[in-house]
Design a binder for this molecule. Structure first.
Ligand code: GDP
Ligand code: MG
Length: 162
């Protein structure tokens, strides 16, 4: 089965998105970054297409080198096993240097990458997307893992490439 990897810095809402897409409560969601310590896999289905999803965490709060580890872990994993990648940004937080770090390691990867601005809970928050244009990644998609906004549109795109 094709695999979608959800990537992004801590606290952008990866686990919430994972749970929404896989309709599970498997991934732990927490207000403090880094609560997902292990990789979580679950199956999903959209429009008759079945696929697997991995919530890339592998980040320990107490590890001073955690972010470097996180990048290596997620990117290596994505390169090796994912068929498509969802790179998630935090719409409420705006772009951060961590996002740029992750983007720079994603650049050489020759797989479909979808750029999601999460925490766009409704249409009236779409103005928050404008801040992310400076990242220069091309098309950005508004989503809300918590409320479901933009998720059907995203899933339509995903199942086309998987
Ligand atoms: P992760 O570290 O990337 O896995 O992020 P989590 O899924 O654990 O979420 C981190 C925080 O962001 C939690 O407090 C969530 O409730 C919050 N959050 C996640 N998705 C959304 C969303 O779509 N909208 C809003 N407003 N908050 C969200
Ligand atoms: Mg998480």
């Amino acid at each position: 089965m094709a695999l979608l990897a959800i990537m992004g810095r801590p606290n952008v809402g990866k686990s919430t998105l994972f749970n929404r897409i896989t309709k599970s409560r498997k991934a732990m969601v927490d207000d403090s970054p880094g609560v997902t310590r292990d990789r979580n896999y679950a199956d999903a289905e959209h429009d008759g297409v079945k696929f697997s999803v991995v919530d890339t965490g592998g980040f320990s709060k107490n590890d001073p080198d955690a972010f470097v580890d996180l990048i290596h872990f997620q990117v290596n994993q994505a390169i090796e096993e994912a068929d498509a990648i969802a790179m998630v940004f935090d719409g409420k937080d705006g772009p951060s240097p961590f996002d740029r770090d992750l983007l720079s390691v994603l650049r050489p990867i020759d797989k479909p990458i979808f750029y999601l601005v999460n925490k766009i809970d409704s249409a009236d928050l779409e103005y928050l997307m404008a801040d992310f244009a400076e990242l220069g990644v091309g098309e950005l998609h508004p989503v809300s893992g918590e409320h479901g906004y933009g998720i059907p549109t995203f899933l339509d795109m995903i199942v086309k490439v998987l």
